[in-house]
Design a protein. Structure first.
Ligand code: LLP
Length: 429
């Protein structure tokens, strides 16, 4: 694990300067706890690498992937640091705006944008639509026409490279639903360029998530560069190239490429190419990172309620469940488990499970833990795709969210109550 702002002090796990037990006492469990310092550092790793290569405001844009952690306090912090946003729904756009984010730094990804979403995004004059099909181009053109606007578009091209990650989070291969097939990209650009209410401004790709190595990203870049050259020869000049997100984090022993090293290699190729072929004509480079910014900036804090010692397995039943953190059930994802205040209990091998009525409801398997009921556990590296994928299954209110800043902490989302969960329902009269 690489969670620098979560550390032991005086025998207890802290988030920055706050003991996690203090947070549990104040707001209960399960709760997501995020470190502001960690969020900031992770964003700045991108920002500073861009600046180190002479790419400041205007020539590089980091569009944080809202889907990875959408709390408006997180969005507000990133926006203040200069971040743009990659959204995939009208709801996410409304969040960005509520958080004080700049809609002119918003790009809109996703294969299924509705007319209403397009209209909302156009009314806020977002930076660009990442379009994924010809029918979507036509729909966007119609919506823009009806509003007397021109929509800026980029085509999400599928470079058909293997991201070598979990099949559910790999998106750049031929046989998944994302993007426009590489061989169809040119004709699709011709269609886009012919539609009067569209303005072709960019190209993008996103090949998958939790990539530990940047080789597939650089391979994707080479293919995108090839396309940009072909487009230029047809008179379609682009203003930006968006390489997507995908850089992984260390959950256990993984050694993901450092953001600075990846960006150095990427900019070296881009700069060489622009110098050779375009006389250094500017091209804005964009990124859509999610996990690498928030993943290791958050933990899920939970309390042990029961220990069940069986003949073949031991279970630690905690108050967090698959509805709070879906990743283990969905991808067999591994998250570290830390005891908040380690005591001298006997150690046993446990499966850490929640109260939800599903065998798939587990958070960690076969972990040696010295614990007793009432102990607090931190499920580590849970800042990305934790709360955003949470559900109300079993009529469980979603967890509270807390942001720690030094020795201060704030509740940034209160726990849902049961009454709120059925407040929208009604019994027919
Ligand atoms: N851009 C697009 C178009 C995406 O689809 C995604 C993530 C990102 C950017 C951000 O990728 P990141 O930098 O976070 O890898 N729920 C899964 C991950 C799904 C990723 C979906 N797309 C998980 O928990 O591992």
């Amino acid at each position: 694990m690489n969670t620098p702002h979560f550390h032991y002090r005086d025998g207890e796990l802290f988030a920055e300067g706050v003991a996690l037990s203090t947070i549990a006492k104040a707001f209960g469990t399960p709760s997501y706890v995020y470190s502001r310092a960690s969020l900031t550092e992770n964003f700045l790793a991108y920002d500073q690498a861009c600046r180190a290569h002479g790419r400041g405001e205007g020539s590089a844009l980091i569009c944080y992937a809202v889907k990875s952690n959408a709390n408006i306090a997180v969005l507000n912090l990133l926006s203040k640091l200069g971040s743009g946003f990659d959204i995939v729904s009208g709801g996410e756009l409304q969040r960005v705006i509520a958080a004080g984010g700049n809609p002119h730094k918003v790009i809109f990804s996703g294969v299924g944008k509705t007319r209403d979403e397009m209209q909302l995004a156009l009314s806020h004059d977002i930076l660009c639509f990442n379009v994924e099909s010809i029918p979507e181009l036509h729909r966007l053109n119609e919506v823009a026409l009806s509003m007397g606007k021109r929509a800026r578009v980029s085509l999400r091209v599928n470079p058909d490279v293997d991201a070598k990650t979990h099949p559910y989070i790999s998106t750049g291969l031929k046989d998944n639903k994302f993007g426009i097939a590489f061989e169809d990209a040119l004709p699709t650009y011709r269609v886009a360029a012919s539609l009067p209410n569209l303005e072709v401004t960019g190209i993008d790709c996103h090949i998958g998530s939790q990539l530990l190595d940047d080789a597939p990203l650089l391979e994707a870049l080479d293919k995108i560069i090839e396309l940009v050259d072909q487009l230029a020869s047809e008179g379609i000049a682009l203003h930006h190239l968006d390489i997507g997100g995908g850089i992984g984090i260390c959950y256990d022993q993984e050694k993901p490429v450092a953001v600075g090293d990846y960006l150095a290699r990427l900019f070296a190729r881009i700069d060489r190419w622009r110098a050779e072929k375009y006389d250094n004509k500017p091209l804005t480079i964009m990124f859509e990172p999610g996990r690498s910014i928030v993943g290791n900036a958050g933990v899920l804090l939970t309390e042990v309620h029961y220990l069940k010692h069986g003949s073949s397995k031991n279970f630690a039943v905690v108050d967090a469940a698959m509805n709070d953190l879906m990743r283990p059930a969905m991808y067999e994802a591994w998250h570290g488990v830390q005891v908040v205040r380690p005591q001298s209990h006997d150690s046993h091998i446990y499966d850490v499970v929640g109260p939800v009525c599903e065998s798939g409801d587990w958070l960690a398997r076969e972990r040696a833990l010295a614990i007793a009921p009432g102990d607090l556990l931190a499920i580590m590296s849970a800042g990305a795709y934790g709360m955003t994928m949470a559900s109300n299954y079993n009529t469980r209110g979603r967890a509270a969210e807390i942001l720690v800043d030094g020795d201060q902490f704030s509740l940034i989302r209160r726990r849902e109550t049961a009454a709120e969960l059925f407040a929208l329902e009604s019994i027919p009269t």
